[in-house]
Write a protein that binds this ligand. Structure first.
Ligand SMILES: [Zn+2]
Length: 108
């Protein structure tokens, strides 16, 4: 089951406003339940994306060993921190070293 985190203090602030004039025992019960609920240290998930990284390289263009300069993908760049990685596939790198989960929508 997927759980959602809430800001308990923000919830209580809204609850106090919404429950103005309600039974004090009810308000105290809700406040006690919220305050007794376990807490976690949570950070928002940072999402990034591996973007192809190109460098100009001399490439053979025919069997006569003629070459020309072409942009060739040599790795990947993290959209969040700019880190370069040389892995051949993004599937090998679900997270960047900066902590970003690499499943963001297309930023290219
Ligand atoms: Zn990164």
């Amino acid at each position: 089951m997927k759980q959602r985190l809430i800001y308990a203090d923000d919830f209580l602030d809204l609850f106090y406003v919404a429950s103005a004039g309600q039974d004090k025992a009810f308000i105290n019960t809700v406040e006690m339940v919220v305050n007794d609920t376990p807490t976690v240290d949570a950070e928002p998930v940072r999402r990034g994306q591996w973007m192809p990284y190109y460098e100009p390289m001399e490439c053979f263009v025919d069997v006569y060993l003629n070459t020309e300069i072409k942009d060739v993908q040599v790795g990947w760049i993290c959209s969040e921190c700019g880190r370069h990685e040389q892995h051949s596939t993004v599937e090998e790198m679900p997270y960047c070293h900066c902590g970003a989960r690499m499943d963001a929508e297309d930023k290219r």
